[in-house]
Write a protein that binds this ligand. Structure first.
Ligand code: WQD
Length: 351
């Protein structure tokens, strides 16, 4: 059986990917220092899959501790690397923390890939590498533009490091550029656990709707878009997760014709912020308390993906609509509100 090391396995996309890998017959171990996550999420994974996942509580910036994981697990056949800081605003305030954390951890991992001859490496990248694209939808060959934040630069530099590494080593690599991952697993047993006031749109919506936040702001409605608010490509986190399993299978089946392949993981649909809010109100039946505020510095005006390459090459079939994304996000927020019973109850069904 293939054994996959998932870094950042206690995180939002990492935990959903572990569920998908296990459901597709993979053995999985996780490494996550829980600086931005909790291993309690593994209770939810066990409820869904029946499997207890081992997490190494290790900081990947510590080479010796990282190396020791590979010494203890000589049978790792692939790595999916999620672990990184990802708050755009925080990266502007603390650039060195972002460059050190996101790049040193990557380089330490790649040193282990080299030392232990790990054949497959999948990297969590982001549409942020495209900056403010001149033309949308963007394809994988859309030239990257200057990033809008140090976070975005760590993704661009991460891709370059992996590209050069793959030319000089046996490992075959895949870069997955996420658009806007949202929603929660349909069982509502795992979901997003933002720390502090959420920076991202959908947790801000659900926390405002449940009353955790008194009000939320739409950052600008004077952009040159159909309703003045920004356009984004929202994609269900479980669709994103399954694409990671498909990427590992793509590498295992020897289908990759390049040392390092890139895929856009977006739905291929662009919705505005205000359309997302209206859709949330429709599926939840909750009137959202929001005001139009000033633009947020660094925001891309409009971006969405051309996902043909991932659909065709990986056989990626998307399952969830924008309504599903927002309804699962809402149901997850409602479950969080009953946290003390959080992992005791049965998986909720959607309706
Ligand atoms: C989306 C839109 C905001 C909050 C970033 C990273 C990307 C990925 C996802 C990690 C924007 C608007 C938001 C709010 C709002 N990160 N908004 N009010 O910036 O597209 O992408 O997060 O994987 O790499 O770049 O996501 O959800 O923060 O913002 O109006 O309270 O929602 O202005 O137009 P973003 P977001």
């Amino acid at each position: 059986m293939s054994k996959i090391l998932v870094t950042g396995g206690c995180g939002y996309i990492g935990s959903h990917t572990i569920v998908d890998l296990v459901e597709n017959g993979y053995e999985v171990i996780s490494v996550d220092n829980n600086s931005r996550s909790t291993s309690r999420i593994f209770e939810g994974i066990e409820k869904i899959t029946g499997k207890k996942i081992k997490n190494y509580k290790v900081d990947l910036c510590n080479f010796d501790d990282t190396f020791a994981i590979f010494q203890e697990n000589e049978d790792i056949t692939g790595i999916i690397h999620f672990a990184a800081f990802k708050a755009v605003g925080e990266s502007v305030e603390q650039p060195l923390m972002y460059f050190e954390n996101n790049l040193v951890s990557l380089i330490n991992l790649l040193k282990c890939v080299q030392e232990f001859n790990i054949p497959h490496f999948v990297f969590s990248s982001s549409c942020t590498v495209y900056g403010n694209p001149d033309k949308i939808p963007v394809t994988e060959t859309t030239p990257p533009k200057p990033a809008e934040s140090p976070y975005g630069y760590t993704k661009q530099m991460g891709e370059q490091i992996i590209n050069e590494f793959s030319k000089a080593n046996a490992a075959q690599c895949v870069l997955l550029r996420y658009f806007n991952p949202v929603g929660a697993h349909p069982s509502i047993m795992i979901g997003e656990l933002p720390i502090g006031k959420p920076a991202n749109l959908v947790p801000a919506i659900t926390q405002t709707a449940i009353g955790k936040l008194p009000l939320m702001q739409v950052y600008g409605d004077d952009y040159d878009t159909r309703d003045g608010s920004c356009v984004r490509d929202f994609i269900h986190v479980s669709d994103i997760a399954h694409a990671h399993t498909l990427a590992i299978q793509f590498l295992e089946q020897g289908k990759s014709t390049k040392r390092c392949e890139v895929f856009n993981l977006g739905s291929g649909n662009g919705f505005t912020v205000l359309e997302a809010i209206k859709t949330f109100e429709k599926v939840s039946g909750v009137h959202l308390n929001y005001v139009i505020g000033p633009r947020r510095p660094g925001d891309v005006i409009a971006i969405y993906a051309n996902n043909d390459f991932a659909v065709k090459t990986l056989g990626w079939k998307l399952k969830y609509s924008l309504e599903d994304m927002l309804l699962t996000a809402w149901k997850w927020e409602q479950r969080l509100k009953t946290d003390e019973k959080f992992y005791q109850s049965k998986p909720a069904d959607l309706n």
